[in-house]
Structure formats: C-alpha cells, structure tokens
Design a protein around this ligand. Structure first.
Ligand SMILES: N=c1c2ncn([C@@H]3O[C@H](COP(=O)(O)OP(=O)(O)OP(=O)(O)O)[C@@H](O)[C@H]3O)c2ncn1[C@@H]1O[C@H](COP(=O)(O)O)[C@@H](O)[C@H]1O
Length: 108
C-alpha cells in the first residue's frame, strides 16, 4: 500500500470505461449511466460517510470514506481530471496557512 493507489485505481477506471462490459464491471455500468448517476452516488456516499461519523464508528467511517473517494474518482474521470491534479492542489496548500492565504482560492 502506498500513495500510488489513487493513480492505479484511476488507471483501472480508465481501462474499464474504455472496454469493460457494463454487465460485469461496476465502473462500466456507472459510466454507461453517465455523470448524473455518478454524482448521485457521490451524494449518497457522502451521506453515508456523515452517518458513520455521527455514529463514531471508525471502521465503518473508513469503509464509507473509501466508497466516497472511489465514486469521486469516477466523477473526476468522467470530467477528465486525474487524482494527481487533486493531490497537487493539496500539496500546494501545504505551503499556505491562515484565512488570508486561502482567500485567493477559486470561489464556488
Ligand atoms: N473501489 C471500488 C469500489 N468501491 C465500491 N465499489 C462498488 O460500489 C458499490 C457501492 O455502492 P453501494 O454501497 O451503494 O452498494 P450497491 O447498492 O450495491 O450499489 P448500487 O446498486 O447503488 O450501484 C459496491 O457495490 C461496489 O460494486 C467499487 N467498485 C469498484 N472499485 C474499484 O474499481 C475497480 C474496477 O471495478 P469493476 O469495474 O467492477 O471491474 C475494482 O478493481 C476496484 O479497484
């Protein structure tokens, strides 16, 4: 286990999106349904993450976080964003501190 896991899962997602059978591949099944279906799953998994956190169940929280990250990777892939870009943004923020420095970030 190392920090290449996100990149490897993104590579697998790209392979499955390109070639896999929606009948046997979960990635291909959601890719066939499109972005809205992926975003619906992200919302559901985020809710399950919050419920696990409120329960204080660390094992379930870990499981739900993995579900949330995975479905986020699916949505990122649909929009052509690699996890390396997200990790680079987190790394950039390591050099920032305090409200003033974060004020320059893109607004919703
Ligand atoms: N990490 C995951 C992963 N995490 C979760 N899931 C799927 O996401 C689902 C989670 O959704 P839910 O908990 O809501 O369960 P569900 O009700 O069965 O799901 P739905 O019916 O709502 O779709 C699980 O049932 C799994 O099928 C995943 N499916 C795939 N991966 C990765 O993607 C790779 C390719 O998978 P396939 O495309 O299936 O070959 C795998 O080798 C893994 O690395």
């Amino acid at each position: 286990m190392n920090d290449q896991v996100l990149a490897r899962v993104a590579d697998t997602i790209a392979e499955r999106r390109a070639a896999a059978d929606p009948g046997s591949s979960y990635v291909a099944k959601l890719a066939a349904k499109g972005l809205d279906a992926m975003l619906k799953k992200v919302g559901e998994e985020a809710t399950e993450f919050v419920m696990a956190a409120k329960d204080g169940d660390a094992q379930k929280l870990t499981y739900e976080a993995a579900d949330l990250w995975f479905h986020s990777l699916l949505a990122l892939a649909e929009l052509g964003v690699r996890p390396e870009a997200v990790l680079a943004e987190l790394a950039r923020r390591e050099g920032l501190s305090g409200l003033a420095e974060f004020a320059s970030r893109p607004k919703e």
